[in-house]
Design a protein around this ligand. Structure first.
Ligand code: AMP
Ligand code: MG
Length: 338
């Protein structure tokens, strides 16, 4: 439309699981990205309790959105676009963010863009690198998802495989819970495994019976629990460090096996590792070693952008808007848990 002001500021909201997050972006670049974690609330239970998560989002969302605007130095009335995670995630949690964002978009009469938060994770490294080459092979590893994507071009997501049972992060969290090491399990295991001998305990890698790129982590979890029982391992046991190093190494190997296979078939120009578990140093190292072996550039977001955050949601919404601009608030936008 002639004379119509080009959008500049976007406010994004993300509440898919246990982080309440809001971000302000200017032309697709992050000005602020506030992430309020609920780890302390869920810690006594050793996992995310959905009802507690949604109640906490209700308590935090107002503060998180205000803080994102304050840090960005921009007023709510200056926003040209609103963006929100539609799914997948915990339905109660998703609805808090979605309802809040709908309210804002409706009040200010601005477009609301719904985003898939798994696709948003893949967007995180683009915030820190302008020149990621396509086609891209992307491994997404989080507390609830483990998926491999191939992107021939931007916004063109082809899901090659996903976990048939537990996600990799869930597997780490459950083993840590069993050993009473604390929550979330991934960072605790990483800390306690440091300096351990990763060849000490042997785990056979899970094998899928069908061809393709699906993952499976429940067998690995069962194998870990069996070793723990057989060796009487506990938080105080002297062999704990070696066990955790071996377990962490096996999780990394199980993840990278599929990446390796897909590299041979799809011949991407670059590799992406993303999601909460991508914070793990051992996995980051193994991933870049694999990429170097193929002489391919690999991109892993800085740890803060690996966690669920509204910055990546806003970045994807901005890209989607450039391709297909919407002009009105879509109040029919619905949340989807899967
Ligand atoms: P997300 O679902 O993206 O919020 O990520 C949360 C998951 O990432 C949980 O399963 C955590 O245990 C895991 N995680 C976070 N930091 C690390 C780390 N340093 N090493 C391994 N896993 C981690
Ligand atoms: Mg989380």
């Amino acid at each position: 439309m002639a004379g119509k002001k080009k959008p500049r500021f976007l406010l994004a909201v993300e509440t898919s699981c246990d982080e309440t997050s809001a971000a302000v972006l200017e032309r697709g670049r992050i000005l602020s990205n506030i992430i309020l974690s609920q780890d302390e609330i869920h810690s006594p239970y050793g996992g995310v309790v959905p009802e507690l998560a949604s109640r906490q989002h209700i308590k935090s969302i107002d503060y998180v959105v205000s803080e994102s605007l304050t840090q960005a130095g921009v007023g709510l009335g200056e926003m040209d676009l609103f963006a929100v995670t539609q799914g997948p995630g915990l339905i109660g949690s998703l609805l808090v963010g979605l309802t809040f964002a709908k309210g804002l978009a409706y009040y200010f009469k601005k477009p609301l863009i719904g985003v898939d938060h798994l696709q948003a994770h893949i967007e995180a490294p683009f915030l820190e690198n302008d020149r990621i080459e396509f086609p891209v092979l992307a491994l997404l590893v989080s507390g609830g998802h483990t998926s491999l994507y191939f992107l021939e071009k931007p916004l063109d997501y082809r899901l090659l495989g996903k976990t048939r049972d537990d996600a990799a992060g869930e597997c780490l969290d459950k083993v840590a819970k069993f050993l009473k090491l604390g929550y979330p399990g991934g960072p605790v295991i990483e800390r306690l495994a440091r300096g351990g001998d990763s060849s000490c305990f042997h785990f056979s890698l899970p094998r899928m019976k069908t061809a393709g790129y699906d993952f499976s982590f429940s067998g690995l979890k069962t194998a870990a629990l069996k070793i723990i029982r057989e060796h009487g391992l506990s938080a105080e046991h002297p062999a704990l460090r070696d066990f955790l190093a071996s377990f962490e190494e096996t999780v990394a190997r199980a993840l990278l096996e599929n990446v390796h296979k897909a590299l041979e078939e799809f011949r991407p120009a670059s590799l992406i590792l993303c999601g909460g578990v991508a914070r793990n140093t051992r996995l980051r190292t193994r991933f870049s070693e694999l990429a170097e072996g193929y002489r391919l550039p690999s991109y892993v977001p800085s740890p803060r952008l690996c966690t669920d955050n509204a910055g990546m949601v806003g970045a994807l919404a901005w890209k989607k808007y450039q391709v297909s601009p919407v002009s009105s608030t879509d109040l029919d936008l619905d949340a989807y848990p899967r």
